[in-house]
Structure formats: C-alpha cells, structure tokens
Design a protein around this ligand. Sequence first.
Ligand code: FES
Length: 106
Amino acid sequence: MPTVIYVQADGSRTVCHLQPGESVMDGALDNGIAGIKAQCGGGCTCATCHCYIRGPWFEQLPAPIQDEKDMLEYVWQPEVNSRLSCQVKVTDALDGMIVDIPAQQA
Ligand code: FES
C-alpha cells in the first residue's frame, strides 16, 4: 500500500497507508487528519480539501481537470503545487508522497 505523509502547518506529520486508487482526501478523512474539511464529499465543488503536494510527487500527478482548476481559484493561499485532495488518486508510483495541509481552508 502506498504511503502518504500528511504534514500540518505546525510541522507535525502523520504517516498513512492508503489503498491504490484512493484519494488523498479519503485517506485524510479515514485517518482523522485535521484540516481537510471536504464539505462536498469529493465532488470537486467546495475547495475545502485544498492541499499542497510536494515535489517530486506533484510533477507526477495527472493535470487537474478544468473543474479542479476553476475551484483552485477560490482556495486560501494557492501555490503552484496546490491541488484538491479529492482529485488526487494515490498509486504505487506515488509512494512516500508528502502532502502539506494549509493552515486554513477557504
Ligand atoms: S471535497 Fe469538495 S472539492 Fe474536494
């Protein structure tokens, strides 16, 4: 199972093991990761699952669909490596991915 490391704004880390195909959002909710609200349940309509994906994993992700790009305009403090965690699916190739949780959601 791929490992995903969630990092809070204060630097605290939680190492989680996700199923391939599971979203970073689902992994966060299943493991009680604070800071991922996911109010729309993964529908790409709320932008409260915003996260930052560190390199080199960020560069390996499929490009966001237009709906995700549109919603990323509404997140708090967007960065070049911003993604909506509900749209990022974990694969074995992404093992060890580090996901930074914003200090707040939109
Ligand atoms: S959970 Fe709502 S946009 Fe991701």
